[in-house]
Design a protein around this ligand. Structure first.
Ligand SMILES: Cc1cc2nc3c(=O)[nH]c(=O)nc-3n(C[C@H](O)[C@H](O)[C@H](O)COP(=O)(O)OP(=O)(O)OC[C@H]3O[C@@H](n4cnc5c(N)ncnc54)[C@H](O)[C@@H]3O)c2cc1C
Ligand code: FES
Length: 283
């Protein structure tokens, strides 16, 4: 059940290139990987509405990774400065307060026992919903593969937060400064072609819309399930403003509907449920 509470900031870490990790003291209960929350500061918040953020990591009370002042647990958020709200969050200092509303939305689909392990594909801060996922899969003994793309190697700094889990990271950079030289979809195709990855495993994807659309199209052509986490604009975050509607196909669980609210039904969708921009321009 979602709550709105004031939490104490325990760390703000600058990752360079406008990216940052914010850490706050708990408690945070019932968070599932892939869900999000709404963030704002109680004072000097420069915009009207809170801003949606994925939970990056969550630590339960008693976790060995907790620090001083975090006896009730902690959570982290991975951010990228794009405007006034994210700029304010990046400038928070330890000891300041943060208002967190969550957990909100739905989680990544669970993996049935014996099913193929999903391949995670992330671009930029689209890496955020994968840390808690990788941690939970790792606790169940699964080996998680994460393909992570960015413009340069500096854009990939958030991968350092996965050190304790040690997933199989594969990096792609536009300038070739780290890992594969090219985009993350080209990296995925290369790894499948070389047999490094199982090309029939489902894909879980989060990143810029054009990247997710391209990954979804590639999966559709090969008959592979693709699940995406959308970063649609949101105002309220819990279903009252209609600010986050997304275009869906009138079938399956959305039969009789053309638009649904990403904040309550999503942000995680099967890619085949969505009407992607390229489909609209061809109809
Ligand atoms: C479910 C969800 C989870 C998210 N998780 C994260 C996260 O973990 N880390 C993170 O850094 N960001 C995340 N975002 C995006 C983040 O919410 C926005 O970047 C933030 O709201 C921007 O606020 P701002 O005041 O800084 O900038 P604004 O002034 O609101 O926007 C600055 C610029 O960015 C564009 N913009 C803002 N929001 C979006 C959007 N959702 N889609 C496309 N363009 C946009 C605006 O058009 C404008 O040009 C998430 C969004 C959603 C919906
Ligand atoms: S953000 Fe208000 S209804 Fe979804």
């Amino acid at each position: 059940m979602s709550q709105t509470c004031v939490h104490r900031v325990t760390e703000t870490r600058d990752l360079g290139g406008g990216s940052f990790v914010l850490r706050v003291a708990g408690p945070f209960e019932g968070v599932q990987a892939g869900q999000f929350c709404m963030l704002r500061t109680p004072s000097d918040w420069p915009v009207l509405l809170p801003r949606p953020f994925s939970w990056f990591d969550v630590f339960e009370p008693g976790d060995a990774a907790l620090r001083a002042g975090e006896v009730t647990g902690a959570a982290t958020f991975l951010g990228k400065v794009v405007g006034p709200g994210t700029s304010r969050l990046a400038r928070l200092e330890p000891g300041e307060d943060l208002i967190v509303t969550g957990p909100l939305g739905c989680a990544w689909p669970a993996v049935d026992a014996g099913a193929r392990e999903p391949v995670c594909i992330a671009g930029g801060v689209g890496l955020a919903p994968f840390l808690l996922w990788a941690k939970q899969r790792r606790a169940l003994g699964a080996r998680v593969s994460i393909l992570y793309g960015g413009a340069t190697r500096h854009a990939l700094a958030a991968s350092g937060d996965f050190a304790a889990i040690d997933p199989d990271f594969h990096f792609a950079t536009d300038d070739g400064s780290c890992g594969f030289h090219g985009n993350v979809l080209a990296l995925y195709r290369d790894l499948v072609a070389r047999g490094v990855l199982d090309g029939s495993a489902p894909v879980y994807c989060c990143g810029p819309d054009p990247m997710m659309e391209a990954v979804a199209k590639d999966c559709r052509q090969r008959g592979v399930r693709c699940v995406v986490s959308l970063e649609t604009y949101m105002a309220c975050g819990f279903g009252v403003c209609n600010g986050c509607t997304v275009h869906v196909h009138d079938r399956g669980r959305f039969a009789g509907r053309h638009y649904v609210k990403s904040c309550t039904v999503g942000p995680v969708f099967d890619a085949e449920e969505l009407v992607w921009p390229a489909e609209v321009s061809h109809t």
